[in-house]
Ligand binder design. Sequence first.
Ligand SMILES: O=C(O)CCC(=O)C(=O)O
Ligand SMILES: [Fe+2]
Length: 296
Amino acid sequence: MINSRLNLEPVDRVKTISPEDFLEKYVKPQKPVVIEQLTHEWPAYEQWSLSYFKEIAGEVEVPLYDNRHVSAKNKVNQPHAKMKMKDYVDLLKTKSTNYRIFLFNLMNEVPELQKHYTMPNLGLKFLKKLPFLFFGAENSTVFMHYDIDFSNILHFHFEGKKRCIIYPPSETKFLYKVPNALISLNEINFNDPDLEKFPALTLAKGYEAYLEHGEALYMPEGYWHSMTYLTPGFSMSLRTLPRGAKNLSKAIYNLTIMRSFENIMRKLKGDDWINYKNKLAYRQQQKRFQKESHRK
Ligand SMILES: O=C(O)CCC(=O)C(=O)O
Ligand SMILES: [Fe+2]
């Protein structure tokens, strides 16, 4: 375990699960679970590796992201570099890069990959058109965030080993959320948090999971997640739309009003807007923390 100072319990693990049990025990209560053998019948389970992707998608130009902080110039969704897949896989194996592939629909470029998996029979309808891929080198970390569309996510991991720290939406109030964004303060390292500076984190109750080749993590709607690649590897995520009207309307709000407002403010105010939001996030969180501690 990398740190035991955050309040994290291990995610439940099952080898396999019936759709009835999955819906009843995990989807209804919106609880995460790792399904260890969901991919064992897939050709992907045998075939997918970094070397295989180099072979089958070597010439595809892939967008890459590193962990530079958000600024008016560097929008969250804008790639920081591009490279051919074959060169990227070589770089990954040298272990010394922060560049990650994030939310890339490689299946569009290499449709053959779609023959290597099937939609899991878990009682949820996954969106066939949106199988996203993520790649990372040893020790690269994906900042703490939740996904804009509030979907239920099945996150499959391949090749390496990965650590996932996740929090239910109920914990948002302790996570130093940046206003009008879906991220925690960039400055927090969830693998080694400065709890003197960010004491509210000690109140947040979350989960952690270590994923190995072929394992799938179910993350319910609006769950916060931060992933660390412990060895070079890659993941695929499948998603479903939120089930209730409340989260669906939040998703629509995020994708429309929140995004446009953010873009306008960044255009008008640039980095001042981003610095203002970060300071506000910290101040508000500290105030809430002090109130909460008084009550105890
Ligand atoms: O593991 C990663 O690289 C990011 C995963 C993620 O953010 C997601 O599946 O939504
Ligand atoms: Fe995500």
